[in-house]
Each structure stands twice: as structure tokens, then as C-alpha cells.
Design a protein around this ligand. Structure first.
Ligand code: UD2
Ligand code: MN
Length: 593
């Protein structure tokens, strides 16, 4: 039975997925004649000019770029991979500092500017839906700590650009005592000169963390509905009305948009499949497939979906209800756990939590969090402990079975939170599990197998585009593993080509991966672009393993914005490295049978 259920769910998910992919409208990439600059159709214009250095013309075909966002697997809207091209040392520095400070490609973010068109990722049926004109007004609250200026401003402008003015009561920015000096000044100046008065700024005198930060933001708000966003989001077409409508119908409804994915490496915006929120007994949030029971309503795939939990960053809730329901646990620090806490509280205390498929907001998903907590503490554990002790009754044992060292850890005073639970006469955690999240496996805490939802490696067989030897035309040698091609982390070098050696065979697939001997992918660390490329397990999410092999014989790495070059053509060591693309001989490669 379980098996049947899983396969049916999967089929459905894939179907949904497909339907969605048909509807996304990729950008068209239009090379400008002469090849000296490039632009995109629709409003989008990259705001940068080429610096010194030989400009490599964007000659590669405007084919859809494969892009896989974290734990997700589908084709993305096209945005030239050359957006990240490095032309000079200044570009390199912006890029390296950006990854260091923000963990995403700030060079591309800056080049995109503060406004850009997005692919409309909604299901077609959403476009026919009509929403009431009279809706509650919204206060959008955005907390930030050390955010990249261009990402923050794109968040703000996307809201201003895509929200009817009469529904947007205000935007409240909460600067959580950011440490970046220029961010503060730049923002002050920009706000004074360019932003309307309804964009307000609150500054915390000390670092509070996103949880108390949101409570502070909410306390300044005067609109009817609070909408929380992270500081690196972009809202899409008609994002707000579908969120406000269910709140207007029932004030105890809390709603989340579908969180579309903005790649941290390429800034490409791509749709997420429709999934809902769950968690595991380590108290980490995870995405789950939507159970069939939720898809049976007459509206089918665009109907609101009841979700056991929310991811945390993006949701809307009536302001008074937020206060009545006990805001957040202000004993939680910096980051983590508050999303499960508010989710449990909503369901257990008489509300409901819905994901609204017709509302789409993109978020930059980073591979690591670029900041710590001021004292270096593990705030996730601290916050999860508070959550477990207040809300999970006897089921907190499931958590302790996985984290026995936390059993005796202190978690501060929770009496105020217990009083909230009592005042609101909330139900038990058992009720929540039985009624809202029956998919959750209880008894066996040793059963840690929580499969990620989107990535099913078995289903992933990207089409092979080309196969053969990767020959450097200048030295007339082939790219091979320095050691064994099966060795993870091994570097590559050029050696004499051997047509009979299967260990010299590369496959170039539609995901733009380069796979050696059918084993490992050519991978380029995004953090240290001075490191040479290595052979790593194929992860299927583009970025560090995404290469373009164009007619110019250039082997371009999307993630670092550079080209593969033979280091010293005269030496027989055969070292290769990434270098600024200059069209030189040592950067000429051909993949041939
Ligand atoms: C996810 C949520 C995030 C939050 C977190 C759990 C989404 C898309 N994001 O992690 O909103 O619920 O899970 O806690 O669902 N910030 C501060 N002060 C700090 C630290 C962060 O203001 O001390 C800001 C930060 O600039 C950002 C927001 O809080 O705008 C969320 O932080 P994040 O983006 O690092 O969290 P994320 O997306 O990894
Ligand atoms: Mn975030």
C-alpha cells in the first residue's frame, strides 16, 4: 500500500512539474549585432558596461540554460551564463568578496540592477482567477543583517513594482545592526533620494536576530496584514492578492506563497514544484510531496494546500492575529526553529496554514549561511529546545533520541510561552500529528531515513549531447584525471590523447555537466576560484558543475565566470586552471570523438 501511495504521489508530482515547466516563459537572449554588448528581450537591460580587456563576444547559441536549484530538478528560465563573466580584477574582487560575505554571486546581482522582469511561473489557470478589489492593506516587513545592497534593493523594488499601491500600506525594513559600514550609508542616501515615504527603516541598536527582528518590525506596522519577506527575494506577478484573499475570508488563516528559486550562482529565477512543508525529528524543516487528498478539490492544482509547516521566511498573516497568537518566542535567538514553532502554534491553537500556488515569490537559496551568531552559539539547537519543551509534549523524546546531548541543555525561561499555550487553549501535539501531519512516522527514532523530496537520482538521466576526448587545441593534449578518474576530489591535467583509453572519455550532457569516464563531474569551487577544477560527485544542481562549450572552443564555467586554460603550455606537467576568458590559444578546447 505504502509503495503504491508513494509511486502515485511521485507520478502526480512529476506530472505537476511537467505541466508547470510548459508554462514558464524563458527569457530570450538576444545578441546585439556587432557583439559588443548584449541585451535581453522584454524590459530587462543589464546595467553594466564592459571593462578593459578583450571582450569575448557572446556567440554561444541562445539555448535554454540548464539550471538546477537546491534540491530541485528542472529547467530554468534563460539568463545568459555570461552574466557572470569576469572582465577585470575589479569584477573578480566583487565576485570573491560577494561569495565570502553573502554566499551568492553579488557580481551578477549588481549587474541585474534593482528591477528586472521575471518569468511568470504561475499555472495558466491562476491567470484567469479574479480576486476581490477590496482587500486588507499590507505591511511588508523585511529584516536584514549584512545584506548585499543590490539584493535588498531588488527585494524592495520588486514589491513596489508589482504591488498595487492601494494594497501596499508600507514596507518596513529592519536593519538588524548590520556591520557593513557602506550598507548603512548607501541605504540612507538611497532611501532619501529614491524611495517613497511608505518605505520605512527601523534600526536595531544591537543584533537581535531575525525572530525578535520581525517582532520589532511588526510592532511598527499599521497595515491590516503583515507580510514577511527575507531580504533577498523578488516577488512575482500578482503575488499579493492571492495571499490577502484567504485572510480576508478567515482571519485565522496564515498563508505562504510558493517559494521560487533564485540560483545563488547564476541568479536565474526558476519555478518550484508545488510541495508542502514538513519536518523531521531533528526538527529541521523539509519539503514533502502534496498528498492526493489535498489535490482533490475542484480547483485542482491551483487550490490552496494545507501545509503542516512553513519554511519560515515568506508568509502573510493578519496583524492582530499575529499579536493574539503570541507573535514569536522572543527567547529564540538569531536564526532557526521559529518557523516550526509558529507552524505548530497556528495549527494547535485554532488557525490554519496554507500554501497558495498562485502566489509566487523568488528567494536566493544559498549553500551556506554567511553569518554566525554574535557569541558563536548554535542558536538552532537553543531555539529547537524551546520549541520542543513548549509544544511537543511527550514527542520531544523523538528529538532527544536523535540529540541525546541536548536532553540536559538549558534553554532559558519558557513560562511566557507556556502561558500563551494555556491562554489560547491549544490542542495537544498528538492531535497535530494525527490530524495535520499523519505522514509523520513516529515510533522508531532510529529510523532516520528522510529522503529528500525532489532529488531522485534514479530518475535523473540527462541526455548526452556530445561525447569524446576533450582536446586542448594549443598543446594538442587531452584533459584527463591526474590520478584515477574515480577518485573524488582529484584534479585534472592535460596528457597525450589516447583514442583507445576509456578513462579519457568525457560526456557533455544537457545539464551542461562534463562527466569523465562515466564517473565524476568536473567541478569548480565557487568559494575559492583560485583552486583548480576537480572531479566530484555529480550533484545535478548546475552552478559549480555547469560548463558551456561553445563554437568559439571556449570552455566557460558558469559559476566562477571564467574559462579553462592550460597553465603553462610549454611545461609537461600539464596543469590547467580557471582564468579570465581572453580567447587566447591556451583556452581553446574541442570535444571530439
Ligand atoms: C529560512 C527562512 C528564514 C528563517 C529561517 C529559520 C525562507 C525562505 N527563509 O532560512 O526566513 O525562517 O529559515 O530561522 O523560508 N536576519 C536578520 N538577523 C540575523 C540573521 C538573519 O535580520 O541575525 C535576516 C536575514 O538578512 C534574512 C532573514 O533574516 O533576510 C532570514 O535569514 P536567512 O536568509 O539567512 O535565512 P534562510 O533563508 O537561510
Ligand atoms: Mn533567506
Amino acid at each position: 500500500y505504502g509503495c503504491l501511495f508513494t509511486s502515485v504521489t511521485w507520478t502526480l508530482l512529476l506530472f505537476l512539474y511537467f505541466t508547470l515547466s510548459q508554462e514558464s516563459q524563458p527569457f530570450k537572449y538576444v545578441p546585439v549585432p556587432g557583439g559588443q554588448s548584449f541585451s535581453y528581450q522584454r524590459r530587462f537591460q543589464p546595467r553594466f558596461t564592459r571593462g578593459p580587456g578583450p571582450p569575448p563576444p557572446p556567440e554561444d547559441p541562445p539555448r535554454e540554460q540548464p539550471h538546477r536549484a537546491p534540491a530541485q530538478g528542472r529547467k530554468a528560465a534563460d539568463l545568459s551564463p555570461e552574466m557572470g563573466m569576469i572582465f577585470n580584477e575589479q569584477d573578480q574582487e566583487i565576485r570573491d568578496m560577494g561569495y565570502h560575505k553573502h554566499a551568492f554571486n553579488v557580481l551578477i546581482s549588481n549587474r541585474l540592477g534593482y528591477h528586472r522582469d521575471l518569468p511568470d511561473t504561475r499555472n495558466e489557470k491562476c491567470k484567469e482567477k479574479v480576486y476581490p478589489l477590496a482587500l486588507p492593506s499590507a505591511s511588508v516587513v523585511i529584516c536584514f543583517f549584512n545584506e548585499a545592497f543590490s539584493a535588498l534593493l531588488r527585494t524592495v523594488h520588486s514589491v513596489l513594482d508589482r504591488t498595487p499601491a492601494y494594497l501596499l500600506h508600507e514596507i518596513i525594513l529592519v536593519d538588524d545592526n548590520s556591520e557593513l559600514a557602506d550598507l548603512k550609508e548607501e541605504l540612507d542616501t538611497y532611501m532619501r533620494q529614491n524611495l517613497p515615504a511608505k518605505v520605512k527603516l527601523v534600526r536595531n541598536e544591537k543584533r537581535e536576530g531575525l525572530i525578535r527582528g520581525r517582532v520589532i518590525g511588526a510592532s511598527h506596522a499599521t497595515g491590516e496584514v503583515l507580510v514577511f519577506l527575507d531580504s533577498h527575494c523578488e516577488v512575482n506577478e500578482m503575488w499579493l492578492q492571492p495571499l490577502l484573499t484567504p485572510i480576508k475570508e478567515d482571519r485565522r488563516t496564515v498563508v505562504c506563497p510558493v517559494i521560487d528559486i533564485i540560483s545563488a550562482d547564476t541568479l536565474v529565477y526558476s519555478p518550484s514544484p508545488i510541495v508542502r512543508g514538513g519536518f523531521n525529528w531533528g526538527l529541521h524543516f523539509k519539503w514533502d510531496p502534496v498528498p492526493l487528498s489535498e489535490l482533490r478539490s475542484p480547483e485542482g492544482s491551483i487550490a490552496p494546500i494545507r501545509s503542516p509547516t512553513m519554511a519560515g521566511g515568506l508568509f502573510a498573516m493578519e496583524r492582530k492575529y499575529f499579536n493574539d497568537l503570541g507573535q514569536y518566542d522572543s527567547g529564540m535567538d538569531i536564526w532557526g526553529g521559529e518557523n516550526l514553532e509558529i507552524s505548530f502554534r497556528i495549527w494547535m491553537c485554532g488557525g490554519q496554514l496554507l500554501i497558495i500556488p498562485c502566489s509566487r515569490v523568488g528567494h536566493i537559496f544559498r549553500k551556506r549561511r554567511p553569518y554566525g551568531s554574535p557569541g558563536g552559539q548554535d542558536t538552532m539547537a537553543h531555539n529547537s529546545l524551546r520549541l520542543a519543551h513548549v509544544w511537543m509534549d511527550e514527542y520531544k523524546e523523538q528529538y532527544f533520541a536523535l540529540r541525546p546531548e541536548l536532553r540536559t541543555r538549558s534553554y532559558g525561561d519558557i513560562s511566557e510561552r507556556l502561558a500563551v499555550r494555556k491562554r489560547l487553549q491549544c490542542r495537544s501535539f498528538k492531535w497535530y500529528l494525527d490530524t495535520i501531519y499523519p505522514e509523520m512516522q513516529v515510533s522508531a527514532p532510529h529510523n532516520k531515513a528522510q529522503q529528500p523530496v525532489f532529488v531522485n537520482k534514479a530518475l535523473r538521466r540527462p541526455k548526452v549531447l556530445q561525447r569524446g576526448r576533450l582536446r586542448n587545441l594549443h598543446v594538442d593534449k587531452c584533459l584527463v584525471a591526474q590520478g584515477r578518474p574515480s577518485q573524488k576530489g582529484g584534479v585534472v591535467v592535460v596528457k597525450s590523447c589516447d583514442l583507445n583509453d576509456p578513462e579519457q572519455e568525457w560526456v557533455y550532457d544537457e545539464e551542461h555537466e562534463l562527466i569523465l569516464a562515466g564517473l565524476l563531474c568536473l567541478d569548480m569551487s565557487e568559494i575559492r576560484s583560485s583552486d583548480p577544477p576537480r572531479l566530484m560527485k555529480c550533484h545535478g544542481s548546475g552552478g559549480s558543475q555547469q560548463w558551456t562549450l561553445g563554437k568559439s572552443n571556449r570552455l566557460y564555467q558558469v559559476s566562477v565566470g571564467q574559462c579553462l586554460a592550460v597553465v603553462d603550455p610549454l611545461s609537461h606537467k600539464g596543469y590547467v586552471a580557471m582564468a579570465i576568458c581572453d580567447g587566447s590559444q591556451s583556452q581553446q578546447w574541442q570535444l571530439q570523438e
